[in-house]
Every structure is written in structure tokens, then in C-alpha cells.
Write a protein that binds this ligand. Structure first.
Ligand code: HEM
Length: 387
């Protein structure tokens, strides 16, 4: 009697599993077909600014400042995102001697030119949590002594060209309206509401939920051993591009990275310290750009869509070398905390474009000004250790 019951139950569960698998596969292939149809070209080559964007931007700034205060915990006021640094290191960015003619613009105009720079490596979270927690990892690079009129007139950033990236190729929202909805829900601790704002399935952002889950990835073995993407688009002279920084170990002396104890809270800083300060081995990267091909689906106003590399491959424009150095001092860590990176610190030839970048212009400036004022920090670069 019992045997028959168990056999029946086993069979029923097997069929249920098969049914779930079939429904899952059907859903997945329908999704693929839908996005294949929806994400097909051509696309605009100019920005398209929705009417409500300014209103949403203001609301986002208010939520961002609220988050900064929520995470303070009796510490200094930290960044609203990428609060924890693994270190700020000196770097040299050298334009390729044989850079393609059509990519020579802005800081890449002069083949062979070397720029001195600061590089800040970070975790993405607003709270400085243990490195082993799944997270995005950030890289921000600031070229110094860059001549020419800049997009933002702030005297503190007049000589700077910033590149701000994290290590995933796409963002978990498409535009400012969606960011407003998602961020407001998250600021109120409503993680489900961030991607499922109502019972109406047309408002569900399942694809973006998957992007968010993939973005929160396990840590690399070192902050210099992962690829960082701009995600959002920029001008490069007349062209529309995205950029990224990829590790280029072949351009540096061979180095076998010793395994770190990932149970330690700051093992990414330790890995950096081990390579640059103890083993005295530099780290090398390539800075690459990808041009928009508007005949294909490479939109300017949707940061959740990756531009297809088969259609438009990334091309190297500069090399980045992080020399062996001592970076982990009290003075330099404080200086690092007081730096402000912003994709809008830079030349008009590198102007950020698209909704998420327009939003970042207002938010980064507001949050940076707020934390500097609360920490009573002076102008960051005026008290810098020399690069
Ligand atoms: C393309 C997508 C984005 C990328 C690649 C990105 C990357 C980064 C990185 C790497 C940092 C740390 C910079 C540093 O080391 O100081 C940062 C900081 C920050 N991000 Fe983003 N971010 C993106 C989108 C956004 C958006 C949409 C917002 C909000 C509107 C935002 C708000 C901030 C804020 C407030 C800071 C701290 C600014 C400061 O206090 O100096 N980010 N971001």
C-alpha cells in the first residue's frame, strides 16, 4: 500500500518538474524572441530628453542624501554609492602611439602622450561591507593637468578628465523615470517593489532584476583583475562611444598573485597592497572604446542594453600603468575619501550622453558637495599627495 503511494508520489513529482521545466523553457524562448524583436535597430544618434526628467532628478537627489545619512553610523559622511575604497593609486595613462585617426579626440588627440592620473578602486555598496559580499566593483580614473575649457566650471576640477566605471557591462535600469521608481522603493527598504512596482505585469522589470542580480557578483581576486565598463555612452569628438578598462597583464612583468584570505573584511585592499607595495609589481590595463553603429540596436537612452561587440568591437586607445607604489597611508586614504569623481568632470569632446548620465551630473555634484560640507573637507586636490 505504502509502496504504491510512494511510486505514485514520485511519478507525480517527476511530471510536475517536467511541466515546470517546459514552462520555464517556453518563457525563456518567448523572452528571447520578444527582446530580439524589440531590440533591433536603427536607433537615434542624438539624445532624446523626456519632459519629466528634471522633476525625477530632484526627487532622486533628495533620496540620495537620505541614504548618505542612513549609512553614516557615526563615521564621516561617505559616498552615497561606492562608499568603500580599496585604495587610491597613482596611474599613468598613455595614448597609443598608433591610435586610429578617427579616435583622436580630447585627451586621446596626441599619440604617445602620457597623462598622470589618480585611480580609485571601490566596492559598489552604499555601506562599507566585507569584500566577500556580492557587489559591483568600481574604478574611477582622474587625468590631471588636462588643458582646455571643461563641461563643469567648478574651479576645483578645472584640470580634470574623469572616467567612471564598474565591472558589469549593463545597468539595472534603462532611464531616469525607472531609476526614480526603483531608487525610491529601495530607499524605503522595499526591494520587491523596486522591480515589481504594482500588480500589473506590464510594470514588472524581470529582465532588469536579472541584471541587478548578476551585477552583484562575487569579488575578483584583486581589484586590478576585472574589466570595468562605462555602461553609459559618451561623445568622443563627433562619435558616440562606450568605453571600458580591461586588465592587460602581458604589458607588465609576469606576476602570480598570492591567494588572499577572503574571510578578511578588506582582502581586496590586501591584494592591491601585496602586489604594488610588497611585491613591487605594477598593474597594467588597456583603455578601449566601442563606437555606436546606429543601424543596429545601440541606444543612447537605455543603459540596460549592451552594444553588440560582434557588430562594433572595442578598440584600444590608451594603456594604463599603475606603478609599484606605497598607497596605504593615513594621508593618502583621507585624500582618497575627499576626491570627487564625476563623469561630467572633463572636456566637451568626452561629454557624457543619455538619460542616466544627465541624471548623474546633478546627483554626483549634490552628494559630493553634501558630504564635503558635512566633513568640512577642503578642496581635494589642493592638499593632494603629488601624483
Ligand atoms: C552608468 C552607470 C554608473 C556607473 C558606471 C557608476 C559608477 C560609479 C563609481 C565607480 C563611483 C565611485 C567613484 C569614486 O571612486 O569616487 C560612483 C559614485 C557615485 N555614484 Fe555612480 N555609477 C553609475 C550610475 C549612477 C547613478 C544612476 C547614480 C544616481 C543617480 C549614481 C550615483 C552615484 C553617487 C551619488 C556617487 C558618489 C559621488 C560622490 O559622493 O563623490 N551612480 N559611481
Amino acid at each position: 500500500m505504502f509502496k504504491r503511494f510512494w511510486l505514485w508520489l514520485g511519478g507525480a513529482l517527476g511530471k510536475l518538474l517536467l511541466l515546470i521545466l517546459a514552462v520555464g523553457l517556453l518563457g525563456w524562448s518567448m523572452g528571447e524572441a520578444y527582446y530580439g524583436w524589440k531590440f533591433s535597430g536603427p536607433v537615434a544618434t542624438e539624445e532624446e530628453i523626456p519632459a519629466a526628467e528634471a522633476r525625477y532628478t530632484q526627487a532622486i537627489i533628495e533620496d540620495a542624501v537620505r541614504i548618505v545619512e542612513q549609512h553614516r553610523d557615526n563615521t564621516r559622511v561617505l559616498r552615497d554609492a561606492h562608499a568603500k575604497a580599496h585604495g587610491c593609486v597613482k596611474a599613468e595613462v598613455t595614448v597609443l602611439p598608433d591610435i586610429n585617426n578617427d579616435l583622436r579626440a580630447g585627451v586621446f588627440s596626441e599619440p604617445g602622450k602620457t597623462w598622470q592620473a589618480w585611480m580609485r578602486l571601490s566596492n559598489g555598496n552604499a555601506y562599507p561591507q566585507f569584500d566577500r559580499v556580492r557587489d559591483a566593483r568600481g574604478m574611477a580614473v582622474k587625468l590631471l593637468d588636462v588643458p582646455g575649457e571643461k563641461l563643469m566650471r567648478s574651479p576645483a576640477h578645472l584640470g580634470e578628465q574623469d572616467f567612471v566605471m564598474f565591472n558589469h557591462p549593463v545597468f539595472f535600469v534603462r532611464d531616469v523615470a525607472e531609476y526614480r521608481q526603483n531608487f525610491a522603493a529601495q530607499a524605503n527598504g522595499d526591494k520587491v517593489g523596486a522591480f515589481f512596482p504594482s500588480l500589473d505585469p506590464r510594470t514588472w522589470e524581470v529582465r532588469h532584476l536579472f541584471i541587478a542580480l548578476k551585477t552583484l557578483a562575487p569579488a575578483p581576486d584583486s581589484p586590478v583583475n576585472t574589466t570595468y565598463s562605462s555602461i553609459s555612452p559618451y561623445k568622443l569628438g563627433e562619435a558616440n562611444i562606450k568605453y571600458r578598462v580591461i586588465p592587460d597583464p602581458q604589458s607588465c612583468p609576469p606576476y602570480e598573485r598570492p591567494e588572499q584570505n577572503t574571510a578578511l573584511p578588506n582582502f581586496l585592499r590586501s591584494a592591491l597592497y601585496q602586489q604594488l607595495s610588497l611585491d613591487r609589481v605594477p598593474a597594467c590595463f588597456a583603455l578601449q572604446v566601442q563606437k555606436q553603429n546606429p543601424a543596429h540596436y545601440m541606444p543612447l537612452e537605455d543603459t540596460s542594453v549592451e552594444w553588440d561587440e560582434d557588430i562594433s568591437p572595442f578598440v584600444t586607445v590608451a594603456s594604463i600603468k599603475v606603478p609599484a607604489q606605497d598607497f596605504d597611508s593615513r594621508e593618502q586614504n583621507l585624500f582618497c575619501d575627499n576626491l570627487s569623481f564625476n563623469p561630467w568632470h572633463g572636456l566637451p569632446e568626452h561629454r557624457p550622453i543619455g538619460g542616466i548620465n544627465r541624471l548623474r551630473k546633478a546627483v554626483y555634484e549634490a552628494v559630493s558637495a553634501y558630504r564635503h560640507q558635512r566633513n568640512e573637507a577642503g578642496t581635494a586636490l589642493s592638499s593632494s599627495p603629488s601624483p
